[in-house]
Design a protein around this ligand. Structure first.
Ligand SMILES: [Fe+2]
Length: 251
């Protein structure tokens, strides 16, 4: 009799164990399913993040294209500067490559060359086209254009170096430029490059207040400006570029 009770207890115990084992298996199965669903959700989130990044990049590029359109509109208002930004961009890119910048650095410098005077968009045409000397107030307005331009391009995250170049393209080596009065190597390299290209193209273009100086006289001016207005190393690279027969038609 005692033996039968023990067997019954053992059977009960065994059934309990089996039930616990089954419950554990079921929980494991649930956990595996939940884990699979989490992994799928994680992969989906990564795909969403990729899509968002793609959309963000496309929006930034579209914004950049609109700014180029604005820069062209600005030049269309002023026949004297037509084509100026494109020539500055091409020249600045060649100069950047010449002094050893990488292709991507040279591209940013060229893009900044295209947009360097964008801040003039808010300036009255009467000032932009004025043939005579500017009044003090007109000069004050004119000197704001690098900062205004940098503010316009500021939302472009991929273009932060370009914004610095736009902001500082009127700094001078001796610290007498604007807006920050930076000197020497404190001026961003791209801004020093764009400055040489900008000055050369301005000197070889007709302006409301004077005609083109011609290539030889412009090169003399650039050489004289080395060290106090323009970066001497960039100027000598520029002169080498010219003497080696730069592919730019204006050189
Ligand atoms: Fe400018």
């Amino acid at each position: 009799m005692a033996g039968e009770v023990e067997v019954a207890q053992v059977l009960l115990y065994a059934r309990d164990l089996k039930a616990q084992y089954d419950a554990t298996r079921a929980r494991e199965q649930d956990l595996r399913l939940a884990h699979g669903r989490l992994q799928a959700a994680h992969r989906q989130s990564l795909r969403y993040a990729d899509d968002l990044k793609g959309t963000h990049d496309r929006l930034q590029r579209a914004f950049f294209q609109s700014l180029l359109g604005l820069a062209n509109a600005l030049e269309a208002k002023d026949p004297y500067t037509r084509g100026h930004s494109e020539r500055v961009a091409r020249l600045a890119e060649q100069l950047a490559l010449r002094i050893g910048c990488s292709r991507s650095e040279a591209r940013i410098i060229a893009q900044a060359g295209l947009l360097h005077d964008l801040g003039k968009i808010g300036m009255p045409e009467a000032v932009l086209r004025k043939a005579g000397p500017l009044t003090e107030e007109e000069w004050r307005l004119m000197r704001e254009h690098p900062v205004v331009g940098a503010q316009i391009v500021a939302p472009l995250e991929f273009f932060s170096e370009g914004a610095r170049i736009v902001r500082h393209h009127h700094e001078r080596s001796d610290g007498s430029g604007y807006p920050a009065g930076l000197s020497g190597e404190a001026i961003p390299l791209g801004a020093r490059i764009v400055a040489v290209a900008d000055v050369y193209d301005a000197l070889t273009s007709d302006r409301p207040y004077r005609g083109s100086l011609g290539r030889a006289a412009a090169l003399d001016h650039i050489e004289e400006a080395a060290g106090h207005l323009l970066d001497p190393e960039i100027v000598s690279a520029f002169l080498r570029l010219v003497s080696d027969g730069c592919p730019d038609p204006r050189l």
